[in-house]
Design a protein. Structure first.
Length: 140
């Protein structure tokens, strides 16, 4: 992994064999990102993604292995209890053009990935919301 800061934008290259989420989190910690918008693309050989079932307040995970393009990675950086908190969704395309998506828990890069984070110095916090069972944005 390598990255470069360009004013309010972080550009991250995650390399073959590296785990995507861990590397994004590492850069956000190093650069003390308080909040931001994330988007990116690339290629993965393995991805663990999930869908949240609101009534059960439970994530259902799907593990995908194979040849996939990241057709879209989108999400945000915020803070929970003072720590970096990533919320990312991913869409993958296979060699037949099928698309798969969900909340991104892990993604292992097969070639490369290019991630852009538009950062802000403003703190954006999260707190646990028992009504839905998720850490939601807190605006007070």
């Amino acid at each position: 992994m390598d990255y470069k800061r360009m004013k309010d934008i972080l550009v991250i290259r995650v390399d073959r064999g590296e785990e995507l989420i861990r590397n994004i989190e590492e850069v956000c910690k190093k650069e003390n990102v308080q909040s931001g918008i994330i988007f990116g693309l690339g290629a993965v050989s393995k991805c663990i993604m999930g869908v949240f079932h609101v009534e059960e307040q439970k994530y259902y995970k799907n593990e995908m292995e194979g040849v996939f393009e990241i057709t879209n990675l989108t999400g945000n950086v915020s803070r929970k209890d003072g720590e970096v908190y990533l919320h990312l969704h991913i869409t993958l395309g296979d060699e037949k053009g099928n698309a798969f998506g969900g909340h991104c828990n892990e993604a292992w890069i097969s070639a490369t990935s290019e991630i852009f984070i538009i950062t802000s110095e403003e703190v954006l916090d999260r707190e646990f919301n028992s009504k839905v069972g998720l850490n939601t944005l807190k605006f007070s």
